[in-house]
Design a protein around this ligand. Sequence first.
Ligand code: NAD
Length: 272
Amino acid sequence: MFFENTKNNIVALQNKSQKGKINNMKFKNKTVIITGAGQGIGAEIAKIFASRGANVAINDINRQTANKTVEEIVASGGIAKFFPADVTNEQEINNMIKNIIETFGSLDILVNNAGIMATSKTDELSVENWDRTLAINLKGTFICCKAVLAEMKEKKSGKIINISSLAGESGGITVAVDYSASKAGVLALTKKLALEVAGFNINVNAIAPGTTQTPMIEAMSEEQRKTLSAKIPLQRFGLPKDIAYAACFLASEEASFITGATLDVNGGLLMR
Ligand SMILES: NC(=O)c1ccc[n+]([C@@H]2O[C@H](COP(=O)([O-])OP(=O)(O)OC[C@H]3O[C@@H](n4cnc5c(N)ncnc54)[C@H](O)[C@@H]3O)[C@@H](O)[C@H]2O)c1
C-alpha cells in the first residue's frame, strides 16, 4: 500500500513537471522584439522569453552588448538575432520590423524597453537634454508601436508592452523632470493606444518598475542609491528578472483580458 501510494505520487509529480515544461515553452513559435535588449532589464526580458521558447529579436544601438545577449541566449539553446536600429529613427525602425517579419515569419509581441535616465535639477537641465530624453523614451515608444500595428492588425492579434517607470506615476525621487514626463507620457500613450486597437485583439499595457538593479542604477551616486533603497518597503532593489516575469505575464494568454493597464513592480515604493 505504502509503495503503491509512493508510485502514484511519483507519477503525479512527473506529470506535473512535464506540464510545467510544456507551460514553460508557452511562447514557442511566437516572435518577440525587445528594444534596448543589450543590457539590464531588456537583456533579462529577452533571456526569459527565449527560455520559454520565443524567437527573440534583440534591438539596441550598442552592437557589442546586443551581440553578447544574443550569444548568451543561443548558448543556452534559445533562438535570438540582433536587429540594430535607433528607436528615434522611424525609417530604421520600419526597416527593422520588416526584417524581423521576413526572418521569423511573424511578429507577435513588442516590448518597448529602450530608454535613458536623467538626474539633473530642472534649473540645470538643458532643452537639448530634455529633447533627447523625450525622443528616446517617448517618441521611440510611439515609433515602435506605430511600426508593428499593420502586422498585428492584419493578424488580429498582438501584445505591446511599454516599459514606463514608477517616476511616470509619482514623479520619482532622484530622477529629472524630463525622465518623469517621458514616462508619464508612455502611460498615457499606452491607455490611448489600447483603446484604439482593442477591436483588433491587440493588448497594450505598461509596466512601471521601481528602482531596479541595472547599469542605469549603477550610474547613480552612492548617496542617491542609499536614499532610494532606504525607502523601498520590501527592503531591496528590484531585479531585472522581476520586470521580465511581469512582461512575460502581460504577453501571455493569461493576461488576454488586460489592456490599458499599468503593472506596478516596485517593492511597494509607490505607497511611500
Ligand atoms: N533600472 C531602473 O531602475 C528602472 C526603473 C524604472 C524604469 N526603468 C526603465 O526600464 C528600461 C530599461 O532600463 P535599464 O535600467 O535596463 O537601462 P540600461 O541603461 O541598462 O539599458 C537601456 C538599453 O537601451 C539602449 N538604448 C538607449 N538608447 C537607445 C536607442 N535610441 N535605440 C535603441 N536602444 C537604445 C541602451 O544601449 C541600453 O542597452 C528603460 O526604459 C528605463 O527607463 C528602469
